[in-house]
Design a protein around this ligand. Sequence first.
Ligand code: ADP
Ligand code: MG
Length: 239
Amino acid sequence: MSVLKITDVSKIFAGPTVAVDNFSLEVGDGELVCLLGPSGSGKSTLLRMVGGFERPTSGLMTIDGDDITQLPPERRPTGMVFQSHALWTHMNVFKNLAFGLKLRGLPKEQITEKVEAVLELVGLAGYGTRGVNQLSGGQQQRVALARSLVLEPKILLLDEPFASLDQHLRERLREEVRDIQQRLKITTLFVTHGQDEALAMADRIVVMRDGRTEQIDRPDVVYREPQTPFVAGFIGTMN
Ligand code: ADP
Ligand code: MG
């Protein structure tokens, strides 16, 4: 059963630039799909449209059959983590996570309970009173992930969340995120231009170019039979 359904979605910016070109995709319940492609291939624009931060020029998006195409971000059952974490640096970790729950009017005890549970999940138990600025880059991205997860979205949207981190930390975090994603069985769209990341994390990979799908397959198939120069070139360098 597909949870997220994207049908014939396009985004044309002034210029005109066709950032996303008649793109369709169905993502199954609990599935992690990686959008992989070179810079400028439309990955972020697509993700931002699913999150509601950008309006499609045309097309339709549904979640569990409900049309979300025109909904503002806060009314969508989606949570997004951006490349730069965009945490509120003047608030401590707890307040960053509690903010969205307060807006939803949850009672204090429930907020505390949920925040503590999600901090535990991302390996930051006991970090609630820390200032965001006192944390390492990796810890800040864990807080950003936690801030999305605490709102219990149906769909998690991750846009190159590890791009600013060093290789070693990236490898560790991608395993942590994959582990959390599988434990929560949360349907996820993960944007990256790192082939290694996509091959390691995804249930399926969508290789994008010029706003379109060049290949969509399981990672082992993309690895064995890359249909695109972008991926084939990379795999060539691994052998
Ligand atoms: P990716 O995330 O794959 O690098 P983007 O979705 O950011 O690609 O960009 C796809 C194309 O759309 C690029 O040509 C980019 O320059 C253009 N683009 C993205 N955002 C805007 C915008 N707000 N205004 C105009 N053009 C944009
Ligand atoms: Mg991008």
